[in-house]
Design a protein around this ligand. Sequence first.
Ligand code: NAP
Length: 251
Amino acid sequence: MPLLAEDSRGTLLVTGGSRGIGAAVVRQGSAAGYDVAFTYVRERAAADALIAEIAAAGRRAIAIRADVGGEDDIVAAFLAVDDAFGPVTGLVNNAGIVGATCRVEALEHEMLERVFAVNVIGTMLCCREAVRRMSTAQGGSGGAIVNLSSRAADIGGGGVYVHYAASKGAIDSLTIGLATEVAGEGIRVNAVAPGLILTDIHAPGRLEKLAPTVPMKRAGTADEVAETILWLLSPASSYVTGAVVDVGGGR
Ligand code: NAP
């Protein structure tokens, strides 16, 4: 079995780590001492640049091309992490898509299937792979899982993306249920629910329009979300499980 770097805090897998919130988690996780693996789908150049940045800081990271909307890619990604750094001790289920911006009456089946395949089924299958490796009942040494929910799960996304909000509602239920299922097996499971965060996921102009409606009067940054995720991964949150932590500036 491959060895962790001598000073490693463990093996962290971040899905969708090439850009946005995922890339901030990769950077902060690496700086905190994790050996970090992350997945991407399209942005190979961004993934390569991030790997180079981490290597320049003297730490280890790998990028794996894996679409979390497909089981084969997920299984292969976890095996690649096993080979590179040993089994995951931390998992951040970050990869997520909005799909179309439309009302429910305009939904198309194919888009709906893709949103749920990536956001919900992908997250659940990644949890499955992680639990198989982390569970002390299965010979693992425990670990922490953080899922990306959204404030949309509570707000509902009406008129814009009810389908996306519903997929994030599923993430909240998954987080609570899985947390109770594996609490006695050394695994903590939590979620972070960001509000409006400055990343490419938003349609052009959306953040500028909505930022004044946030109680804190601004959008958040990917780094502000990553700070909370790193805390939930760390021993500093050792008695926190089944929580959905809002990072939304009061929204
Ligand atoms: P983003 O900027 O669009 O970045 C998405 C990341 O996920 C990219 O690294 C992308 O890879 C990857 N990705 C997309 N589809 C994937 C797939 N099928 N398989 C694997 N990776 C995939 O998104 P973000 O704003 O950082 O959002 C990250 C998470 O936070 C999502 O779950 C999102 O729903 C949630 N969230 C975001 C906000 C916000 O305001 N930004 C608010 C609430 C919740 P490529 O670079 O290869 O395309």
